[in-house]
Design a protein around this ligand. Structure first.
Ligand SMILES: NC(=O)c1ccc[n+]([C@@H]2O[C@H](COP(=O)([O-])OP(=O)(O)OC[C@H]3O[C@@H](n4cnc5c(N)ncnc54)[C@H](O)[C@@H]3O)[C@@H](O)[C@H]2O)c1
Ligand SMILES: [Zn+2]
Ligand SMILES: [Zn+2]
Length: 389
């Protein structure tokens, strides 16, 4: 089959690789009809995620048609149309039973490596580093889905691929980011990053009752989509983010602040951004947490900092003094997608949100390598790419 494979920093190729096969009775094989490139894939593309190996198949936002199931998969049959969560979860362990699917303690075969780095291992993920299992991803013609009796959700034929594909990751992620803000009537929620995840966080914050949402980015097309969703926008390259949020909140700060940027914050946004870049380049640091610092700075006393932008290692110069003295709450996770899927599918079916609003580009799988660059560089108005194998 054809698949997008990682060969090194900024080197992704559309290779021919062996078709996946059933390896366990709980596996299913999916013929991929649509897959997407995520902001998290850009961290791999830019070489900031450790544990990648040449030839790894990328991709974790995938849907398609079931073509084969293992003996123990009784809820799916060939022909079913499903969306596949990016988190691989057994459904039975301590964490899965509590709904914390992305903390599954049984789906990462390389848990010992993760434990050395992070103390404990989270769930395995598709197409995302051998530290998280080294599972082949779904930017491919076919995908092997482990624990297929737990993850994939069947979707009705009345909804198009474009309307349901993002249930695999970015819609639940944006929704979780907003839900973790514990939104109360009258709240102002500030969202850093108006990429696909930030845009879903904005729409979700309104769905969950926020009175105002402030969107911070610098890319014109993305700020326009924030505005279309009803947000007030701040261009971080031309305005002072802290001052503007102070003005908008009577000097109190935002009730909750969402970091939907993560480790690859714009290098030129501020002096600390430049310093972070230098430290990473000289192996003095692992991440570029400028946005995390600003999010804490802009949050009101006893407010919530909700983090969905991904960080990898040991972040430096985080203002803990500000956080402890002002009583901030921190919430964050790789999204336990299975926990959110059924209720978000219901919202799509009811027409409360049409997730296809973020899509700017459709392309065949073979154009995937070029599309990674277009998406990373935000060229040609690119906000979200859907690939058709
Ligand atoms: N927690 C999860 O489960 C989960 C799931 C999906 C994605 N993510 C993460 O969410 C983040 C965003 O993903 P995406 O797909 O929207 O990516 P993206 O790269 O398209 O969007 C990031 C946006 O942040 C903006 N930005 C950069 N520096 C900024 C700054 N200083 N202030 C404000 N905005 C700034 C960029 O202009 C860009 O529009 C990534 O880190 C990704 O890894 C996490
Ligand atoms: Zn993702
Ligand atoms: Zn589990």
């Amino acid at each position: 089959m054809k698949a997008l494979c990682w060969h090194g920093k900024h080197d992704i190729r559309c290779d021919t690789v062996p078709d996946p096969t059933i390896q366990h009775p709980r596996d299913a094989i999916i013929k991929v009809t649509s897959c997407a490139i995520c902001g998290s894939d850009l961290h791999i593309y830019d070489g900031v995620i450790p544990g990648m190996e040449r030839g790894d198949v990328l991709g974790h936002e995938t849907m398609g048609e079931v073509v084969e199931v293992g003996a123990e998969v009784t809820n799916l049959k060939p022909g079913d149309r499903v969306v596949v969560p990016f988190t691989i979860s057994c459904g039975e362990c301590f964490f899965c039973k509590r709904g914390w699917f992305s903390g599954c303690e049984r789906s990462n075969p390389n848990h010992e490596t993760a434990e050395k780095l992070w103390g404990h291992s989270p769930a395995g993920l598709f197409g995302y580093s051998h530290i998280l299992g080294g599972y082949a991803g779904g930017q491919a013609e076919f995908l092997r889905v482990p624990f297929a009796d737990v993850g994939p959700i069947k979707v009705p034929s009345s909804l198009t691929d474009d309307q349901v594909l993002f249930l695999s990751d970015i819609f639940p992620t944006g929704y979780m980011a907003a839900e973790n803000c514990n939104i109360q009537p009258g709240d102002t929620i500030a969202v850093w990053g108006a990429g696909p995840v930030g845009l879903f966080a904005i729409r979700s914050a309104f769905l969950l009752g926020a009175e105002r949402v402030i969107s911070i980015d610098t890319v014109a097309e993305r700020l326009a989509l924030s505005e279309a969703a009803g947000a007030i926008t701040i261009d971080f390259k031309h305005e002072d983010v802290y001052e503007k949020i102070q003005d908008l909140t009577h000097g109190r700060g935002a009730d909750a602040c969402i970091d939907a940027v993560g480790t690859e914050a714009d290098v030129t946004a501020s002096a600390d951004s430049i310093l972070d870049r230098v430290k990473v380049a000289t192996f003095m640091g692992t991440d570029r947490p400028h946005v995390l610092r600003q999010v804490i700075h802009c949050c009101r006393n006893f407010g919530t900092v909700s983090i969905v932008g991904v960080y990898g290692g040991f972040v430096d110069k985080i203002p803990m003094g500000s956080a402890i003295n002002r009583g901030l709450t921190f919430r964050m996770a790789q999204t336990p997608v299975q926990h959110y899927l059924p209720k978000l599918l219901e919202r799509v079916e009811k027409g409360e949100i049409d997730p296809s609003f973020v899509i700017t580009h459709h392309a065949p799988l073979a154009e995937g390598p070029a599309m990674y660059k277009t998406f990373r560089d935000k060229q040609d108005g690119c906000v979200k790419v859907v690939l058709k194998p």
